[in-house]
Design a protein around this ligand. Structure first.
Ligand SMILES: N[C@@H](CCC[C@H](N)C(=O)O)C(=O)O
Length: 370
Protein backbone atom coordinates (compact mmCIF):
# COMPACT_ATOMS: atom_id res chain seq x y z
CA UNK A 1 0.00 0.00 0.00
CA UNK A 2 1.20 3.49 -0.75
CA UNK A 3 -0.28 6.65 0.63
CA UNK A 4 0.71 10.03 -0.58
CA UNK A 5 -0.57 13.49 0.05
CA UNK A 6 0.00 17.16 0.53
CA UNK A 7 -1.02 19.19 3.52
CA UNK A 8 -3.28 22.06 2.69
CA UNK A 9 -4.17 23.31 6.11
CA UNK A 10 -6.55 22.91 7.73
CA UNK A 11 -7.61 19.95 5.55
CA UNK A 12 -5.38 17.23 4.20
CA UNK A 13 -6.27 14.90 1.34
CA UNK A 14 -4.33 11.67 1.25
CA UNK A 15 -4.84 9.58 -1.85
CA UNK A 16 -4.31 5.86 -1.91
CA UNK A 17 -2.20 5.02 -4.93
CA UNK A 18 -3.04 1.33 -4.88
CA UNK A 19 -6.22 -0.61 -4.23
CA UNK A 20 -6.67 -1.87 -0.72
CA UNK A 21 -9.40 -3.45 1.35
CA UNK A 22 -7.96 -2.25 4.62
CA UNK A 23 -10.38 -0.26 6.76
CA UNK A 24 -8.09 1.18 9.39
CA UNK A 25 -4.64 2.65 9.30
CA UNK A 26 -2.14 3.88 11.77
CA UNK A 27 0.15 6.71 10.85
CA UNK A 28 3.64 7.17 12.21
CA UNK A 29 4.04 10.31 14.32
CA UNK A 30 4.40 13.39 12.16
CA UNK A 31 5.47 16.09 14.54
CA UNK A 32 4.18 19.13 12.81
CA UNK A 33 0.65 17.84 12.21
CA UNK A 34 -2.38 16.94 14.27
CA UNK A 35 -4.55 14.32 12.54
CA UNK A 36 -8.16 13.32 13.17
CA UNK A 37 -9.22 9.70 12.71
CA UNK A 38 -9.10 8.70 9.06
CA UNK A 39 -12.25 7.86 7.12
CA UNK A 40 -12.13 5.48 4.18
CA UNK A 41 -14.29 5.98 1.11
CA UNK A 42 -13.72 3.86 -1.96
CA UNK A 43 -9.93 3.92 -2.22
CA UNK A 44 -9.40 7.36 -0.74
CA UNK A 45 -8.60 8.02 2.88
CA UNK A 46 -9.40 11.47 4.15
CA UNK A 47 -7.89 12.97 7.26
CA UNK A 48 -8.63 16.29 8.79
CA UNK A 49 -5.51 17.88 10.09
CA UNK A 50 -4.23 21.06 11.61
CA UNK A 51 -0.77 22.26 10.87
CA UNK A 52 0.76 23.03 14.25
CA UNK A 53 3.52 24.94 12.54
CA UNK A 54 1.33 27.19 10.51
CA UNK A 55 -2.37 26.95 11.32
CA UNK A 56 -3.38 30.06 9.39
CA UNK A 57 -1.66 29.51 6.08
CA UNK A 58 -3.77 28.82 3.00
CA UNK A 59 -1.44 26.25 1.50
CA UNK A 60 1.18 24.79 3.66
CA UNK A 61 3.92 22.52 4.74
CA UNK A 62 4.96 19.34 2.99
CA UNK A 63 4.26 16.04 1.32
CA UNK A 64 3.75 12.77 3.11
CA UNK A 65 4.68 9.55 1.41
CA UNK A 66 4.43 6.18 3.14
CA UNK A 67 5.30 2.96 1.37
CA UNK A 68 5.10 -0.76 1.89
CA UNK A 69 5.33 -3.86 -0.33
CA UNK A 70 2.09 -3.62 -2.32
CA UNK A 71 2.52 -2.06 -5.75
CA UNK A 72 0.14 -0.27 -8.07
CA UNK A 73 0.37 1.96 -11.09
CA UNK A 74 2.52 4.83 -9.88
CA UNK A 75 0.66 7.49 -11.75
CA UNK A 76 -2.89 6.08 -11.74
CA UNK A 77 -3.94 8.54 -9.07
CA UNK A 78 -3.29 11.33 -11.57
CA UNK A 79 -6.39 10.15 -13.44
CA UNK A 80 -8.66 10.93 -10.52
CA UNK A 81 -10.89 13.92 -11.00
CA UNK A 82 -11.95 15.98 -7.98
CA UNK A 83 -12.90 19.58 -8.37
CA UNK A 84 -10.38 22.01 -6.92
CA UNK A 85 -7.79 19.28 -6.32
CA UNK A 86 -4.61 19.16 -8.36
CA UNK A 87 -2.75 15.84 -8.62
CA UNK A 88 0.91 16.24 -9.45
CA UNK A 89 4.28 14.54 -9.45
CA UNK A 90 7.33 16.42 -8.30
CA UNK A 91 10.52 15.78 -10.29
CA UNK A 92 13.99 17.21 -10.22
CA UNK A 93 16.90 17.43 -12.65
CA UNK A 94 20.07 17.95 -10.61
CA UNK A 95 18.08 19.72 -7.89
CA UNK A 96 16.26 22.03 -10.33
CA UNK A 97 12.78 20.96 -9.19
CA UNK A 98 9.38 21.05 -10.85
CA UNK A 99 5.75 20.30 -10.13
CA UNK A 100 4.64 18.26 -13.16
CA UNK A 101 0.98 18.44 -14.12
CA UNK A 102 -0.77 15.98 -16.43
CA UNK A 103 -2.50 18.49 -18.71
CA UNK A 104 -2.83 16.08 -21.65
CA UNK A 105 -6.60 16.60 -21.91
CA UNK A 106 -6.44 20.35 -22.40
CA UNK A 107 -4.41 23.20 -23.89
CA UNK A 108 -5.44 25.36 -20.92
CA UNK A 109 -2.99 25.09 -17.97
CA UNK A 110 -4.72 23.64 -14.89
CA UNK A 111 -2.85 26.12 -12.69
CA UNK A 112 -2.81 29.91 -13.04
CA UNK A 113 0.45 31.90 -12.73
CA UNK A 114 -0.77 33.19 -9.33
CA UNK A 115 -1.42 29.63 -8.12
CA UNK A 116 2.00 28.57 -9.45
CA UNK A 117 3.67 31.20 -7.25
CA UNK A 118 1.90 29.74 -4.20
CA UNK A 119 2.60 26.11 -5.12
CA UNK A 120 6.32 26.85 -5.69
CA UNK A 121 6.70 28.60 -2.32
CA UNK A 122 9.19 26.56 -0.24
CA UNK A 123 7.60 27.48 3.08
CA UNK A 124 3.89 27.80 2.38
CA UNK A 125 3.59 25.53 -0.66
CA UNK A 126 4.97 22.36 -2.20
CA UNK A 127 8.26 24.04 -3.06
CA UNK A 128 9.69 24.10 -6.60
CA UNK A 129 11.53 26.21 -9.16
CA UNK A 130 8.56 25.97 -11.53
CA UNK A 131 5.32 24.27 -12.60
CA UNK A 132 5.41 22.30 -15.86
CA UNK A 133 2.38 21.27 -17.90
CA UNK A 134 2.40 18.19 -20.16
CA UNK A 135 -0.06 19.13 -22.91
CA UNK A 136 -1.33 17.69 -26.21
CA UNK A 137 0.96 18.08 -29.22
CA UNK A 138 0.85 21.15 -31.40
CA UNK A 139 1.85 21.76 -35.03
CA UNK A 140 2.89 18.16 -35.60
CA UNK A 141 4.75 17.61 -32.31
CA UNK A 142 3.86 14.65 -30.06
CA UNK A 143 3.47 16.86 -26.97
CA UNK A 144 3.56 20.47 -25.84
CA UNK A 145 5.45 21.67 -22.77
CA UNK A 146 4.61 24.89 -20.97
CA UNK A 147 6.20 26.13 -17.78
CA UNK A 148 5.64 28.83 -15.18
CA UNK A 149 8.67 30.04 -13.21
CA UNK A 150 8.33 30.29 -9.43
CA UNK A 151 7.55 34.04 -9.85
CA UNK A 152 4.63 33.19 -12.17
CA UNK A 153 6.32 34.37 -15.39
CA UNK A 154 6.31 32.05 -18.40
CA UNK A 155 9.67 31.24 -20.02
CA UNK A 156 10.04 29.80 -23.51
CA UNK A 157 12.06 26.74 -22.50
CA UNK A 158 13.59 24.79 -19.63
CA UNK A 159 16.37 22.25 -20.13
CA UNK A 160 16.20 20.37 -16.85
CA UNK A 161 12.43 20.65 -17.10
CA UNK A 162 12.30 18.95 -20.49
CA UNK A 163 14.28 15.96 -19.14
CA UNK A 164 11.77 15.71 -16.27
CA UNK A 165 8.98 16.09 -18.85
CA UNK A 166 10.39 13.12 -20.80
CA UNK A 167 10.54 10.99 -17.63
CA UNK A 168 6.96 12.02 -16.78
CA UNK A 169 5.68 11.04 -20.24
CA UNK A 170 7.50 7.71 -19.89
CA UNK A 171 6.10 7.17 -16.35
CA UNK A 172 2.59 7.84 -17.71
CA UNK A 173 3.19 4.88 -20.06
CA UNK A 174 2.73 7.11 -23.11
CA UNK A 175 5.90 6.10 -24.97
CA UNK A 176 4.59 2.80 -26.43
CA UNK A 177 8.07 1.35 -26.79
CA UNK A 178 9.60 4.48 -28.34
CA UNK A 179 12.77 5.99 -26.88
CA UNK A 180 12.33 9.42 -28.35
CA UNK A 181 9.52 11.88 -29.15
CA UNK A 182 8.99 15.53 -30.09
CA UNK A 183 7.98 18.38 -27.79
CA UNK A 184 6.60 21.71 -28.93
CA UNK A 185 7.96 24.54 -26.74
CA UNK A 186 8.34 28.31 -26.91
CA UNK A 187 11.85 27.57 -28.21
CA UNK A 188 10.60 25.42 -31.09
CA UNK A 189 10.79 21.65 -31.44
CA UNK A 190 12.80 19.86 -28.74
CA UNK A 191 13.60 16.15 -28.96
CA UNK A 192 14.32 14.16 -25.78
CA UNK A 193 15.61 10.62 -25.97
CA UNK A 194 15.48 8.12 -23.09
CA UNK A 195 18.85 6.40 -22.64
CA UNK A 196 19.42 2.88 -21.32
CA UNK A 197 21.39 4.23 -18.34
CA UNK A 198 18.25 6.12 -17.19
CA UNK A 199 19.56 9.52 -18.27
CA UNK A 200 17.83 11.67 -20.86
CA UNK A 201 19.64 13.11 -23.88
CA UNK A 202 17.95 16.14 -25.42
CA UNK A 203 18.37 17.74 -28.81
CA UNK A 204 18.01 21.35 -27.69
CA UNK A 205 18.09 22.81 -31.20
CA UNK A 206 20.28 25.65 -32.48
CA UNK A 207 21.52 28.49 -30.27
CA UNK A 208 20.45 31.99 -31.28
CA UNK A 209 23.24 34.57 -31.28
CA UNK A 210 21.66 37.61 -32.98
CA UNK A 211 21.54 40.28 -30.27
CA UNK A 212 18.05 41.54 -31.09
CA UNK A 213 16.68 37.97 -30.93
CA UNK A 214 18.35 37.03 -27.60
CA UNK A 215 17.15 39.75 -26.79
CA UNK A 216 19.76 42.23 -25.62
CA UNK A 217 20.37 45.91 -26.33
CA UNK A 218 24.14 45.49 -25.93
CA UNK A 219 25.71 46.92 -29.13
CA UNK A 220 26.53 43.81 -31.21
CA UNK A 221 29.64 42.85 -33.17
CA UNK A 222 29.67 43.02 -37.00
CA UNK A 223 28.00 39.60 -37.24
CA UNK A 224 25.21 40.84 -34.91
CA UNK A 225 26.37 38.65 -32.00
CA UNK A 226 27.45 39.77 -28.53
CA UNK A 227 30.65 37.87 -27.72
CA UNK A 228 33.10 38.88 -25.00
CA UNK A 229 31.62 42.36 -24.76
CA UNK A 230 32.11 44.68 -21.79
CA UNK A 231 29.01 45.82 -19.87
CA UNK A 232 28.76 47.75 -16.62
CA UNK A 233 26.72 46.17 -13.85
CA UNK A 234 26.47 48.06 -10.57
CA UNK A 235 29.65 50.02 -11.30
CA UNK A 236 31.75 46.96 -12.28
CA UNK A 237 32.77 45.99 -15.85
CA UNK A 238 31.96 42.39 -16.80
CA UNK A 239 32.79 40.62 -20.08
CA UNK A 240 29.70 38.86 -21.38
CA UNK A 241 28.52 36.66 -24.23
CA UNK A 242 24.79 36.52 -24.94
CA UNK A 243 23.08 33.34 -26.15
CA UNK A 244 19.43 32.39 -26.50
CA UNK A 245 18.45 28.73 -26.17
CA UNK A 246 14.90 29.89 -26.77
CA UNK A 247 15.24 31.78 -23.48
CA UNK A 248 17.83 34.52 -22.87
CA UNK A 249 21.22 33.89 -21.26
CA UNK A 250 24.05 36.24 -20.37
CA UNK A 251 27.24 34.23 -19.82
CA UNK A 252 30.27 35.69 -18.08
CA UNK A 253 33.71 34.25 -17.47
CA UNK A 254 34.65 37.22 -15.31
CA UNK A 255 35.10 40.92 -14.73
CA UNK A 256 37.40 43.05 -16.83
CA UNK A 257 40.95 42.11 -15.81
CA UNK A 258 39.91 38.84 -14.04
CA UNK A 259 42.13 35.85 -14.86
CA UNK A 260 39.63 33.12 -13.99
CA UNK A 261 36.45 33.57 -12.00
CA UNK A 262 36.19 31.63 -8.72
CA UNK A 263 32.45 31.14 -8.81
CA UNK A 264 32.09 29.98 -5.19
CA UNK A 265 33.31 33.39 -4.06
CA UNK A 266 30.42 35.25 -5.73
CA UNK A 267 27.52 36.72 -3.78
CA UNK A 268 24.92 35.51 -6.24
CA UNK A 269 21.91 36.91 -4.38
CA UNK A 270 23.44 40.38 -4.66
CA UNK A 271 24.83 40.39 -8.21
CA UNK A 272 22.26 38.06 -9.85
CA UNK A 273 19.25 40.41 -9.72
CA UNK A 274 21.38 43.29 -11.05
CA UNK A 275 21.98 41.30 -14.25
CA UNK A 276 18.42 39.95 -14.40
CA UNK A 277 16.84 43.41 -14.34
CA UNK A 278 19.57 45.30 -16.24
CA UNK A 279 18.19 47.75 -18.81
CA UNK A 280 20.26 46.04 -21.54
CA UNK A 281 18.01 42.95 -21.24
CA UNK A 282 14.47 43.94 -22.26
CA UNK A 283 13.03 40.47 -21.48
CA UNK A 284 15.20 40.16 -18.32
CA UNK A 285 17.90 37.48 -18.44
CA UNK A 286 19.27 34.29 -16.92
CA UNK A 287 22.93 34.79 -15.95
CA UNK A 288 25.66 32.16 -15.78
CA UNK A 289 28.96 32.78 -13.96
CA UNK A 290 31.60 30.38 -15.24
CA UNK A 291 34.95 29.04 -14.06
CA UNK A 292 37.13 27.15 -16.53
CA UNK A 293 38.91 24.04 -15.24
CA UNK A 294 40.05 22.79 -18.67
CA UNK A 295 38.95 22.90 -22.32
CA UNK A 296 36.37 20.19 -21.60
CA UNK A 297 35.46 20.89 -17.97
CA UNK A 298 33.62 24.00 -16.76
CA UNK A 299 31.90 24.99 -13.54
CA UNK A 300 28.95 27.38 -13.38
CA UNK A 301 26.59 29.03 -10.95
CA UNK A 302 23.35 30.46 -12.23
CA UNK A 303 20.92 33.21 -11.34
CA UNK A 304 17.70 32.37 -13.16
CA UNK A 305 15.21 34.84 -14.49
CA UNK A 306 12.01 34.41 -12.47
CA UNK A 307 13.47 31.80 -10.11
CA UNK A 308 16.69 33.19 -8.59
CA UNK A 309 19.64 30.98 -7.63
CA UNK A 310 18.86 27.39 -8.63
CA UNK A 311 20.92 24.22 -8.28
CA UNK A 312 21.02 23.70 -12.04
CA UNK A 313 19.92 25.20 -15.34
CA UNK A 314 19.96 23.05 -18.47
CA UNK A 315 19.50 25.81 -21.03
CA UNK A 316 22.12 27.75 -19.02
CA UNK A 317 24.66 24.93 -19.29
CA UNK A 318 24.05 24.78 -23.06
CA UNK A 319 24.51 28.56 -23.35
CA UNK A 320 27.72 28.31 -21.29
CA UNK A 321 29.30 25.78 -23.67
CA UNK A 322 28.25 27.81 -26.72
CA UNK A 323 29.77 30.94 -25.13
CA UNK A 324 32.95 29.08 -24.12
CA UNK A 325 33.43 27.87 -27.70
CA UNK A 326 32.72 31.32 -29.16
CA UNK A 327 35.28 32.83 -26.76
CA UNK A 328 37.83 30.13 -27.67
CA UNK A 329 37.87 28.67 -24.17
CA UNK A 330 36.61 25.12 -24.74
CA UNK A 331 36.07 22.22 -27.11
CA UNK A 332 32.65 21.21 -28.44
CA UNK A 333 32.10 18.47 -25.81
CA UNK A 334 32.17 19.60 -22.18
CA UNK A 335 31.21 18.49 -18.70
CA UNK A 336 29.55 21.38 -16.92
CA UNK A 337 29.51 21.19 -13.11
CA UNK A 338 26.50 22.82 -11.51
CA UNK A 339 25.72 23.04 -7.77
CA UNK A 340 23.33 20.04 -8.19
CA UNK A 341 25.71 17.90 -10.29
CA UNK A 342 27.20 17.60 -13.79
CA UNK A 343 25.62 17.84 -17.25
CA UNK A 344 27.22 16.66 -20.50
CA UNK A 345 26.89 19.24 -23.25
CA UNK A 346 27.86 19.05 -26.92
CA UNK A 347 27.52 21.79 -29.55
CA UNK A 348 27.67 19.65 -32.66
CA UNK A 349 29.42 21.11 -35.68
CA UNK A 350 27.55 19.24 -38.42
CA UNK A 351 23.98 20.25 -37.49
CA UNK A 352 24.71 23.30 -35.26
CA UNK A 353 22.44 21.75 -32.58
CA UNK A 354 23.23 21.63 -28.87
CA UNK A 355 22.79 18.28 -27.08
CA UNK A 356 22.36 17.99 -23.32
CA UNK A 357 22.55 14.74 -21.33
CA UNK A 358 21.63 14.39 -17.67
CA UNK A 359 19.36 12.77 -15.08
CA UNK A 360 15.71 13.34 -14.13
CA UNK A 361 14.17 11.83 -11.00
CA UNK A 362 10.79 11.53 -9.27
CA UNK A 363 10.76 13.16 -5.84
CA UNK A 364 7.19 12.43 -4.70
CA UNK A 365 3.54 12.21 -5.72
CA UNK A 366 0.92 14.43 -4.22
CA UNK A 367 -2.39 16.21 -4.35
CA UNK A 368 -3.15 19.74 -3.34
CA UNK A 369 -6.28 21.83 -2.91
CA UNK A 370 -6.06 24.80 -5.25
N1 LIG B 1 15.95 25.94 -15.12
C1 LIG B 1 15.65 25.98 -16.49
C2 LIG B 1 15.32 27.32 -17.08
C3 LIG B 1 13.95 27.79 -16.61
C4 LIG B 1 13.50 29.06 -17.28
C5 LIG B 1 14.28 30.28 -16.86
N2 LIG B 1 14.12 30.58 -15.47
C6 LIG B 1 13.83 31.45 -17.72
O1 LIG B 1 13.02 32.29 -17.28
O2 LIG B 1 14.28 31.55 -18.87
C7 LIG B 1 16.58 25.13 -17.31
O3 LIG B 1 16.99 24.08 -16.81
O4 LIG B 1 16.85 25.46 -18.46
Amino acid sequence: MTITGIVSSPITYLNLRSHTTASSFSLPPINSLKFSSPTLQSNTITFTTTSLRNPNSRLSVSAISLSSQETGSQTSFLDRRESGVLHFVKYHGLGNDFIMVNNLDSMEPKVTPEQAVKLCDRNFGIGADGVIFAMPGWSGADYTMRIFNSDGSEPEMCGNGVRCFAKFISDLNCLNGRQSFTVHTGAGLIIPEMQHDGKVKVDMGEPVLKASDVPTKIPPNKDQSVVKTKIEVDGVNWNVTCVSMGNPHCVTFGREGDQNLVVDELNLAEIGPKFEHHKLFPARTNTEFVQVFSRSHLKMRVWERGAGATLACGTGACAVVVAAILEGRSERNCTVDLPGGPLEIEWREDDNHVYMTGPAEVVFYGSVQL
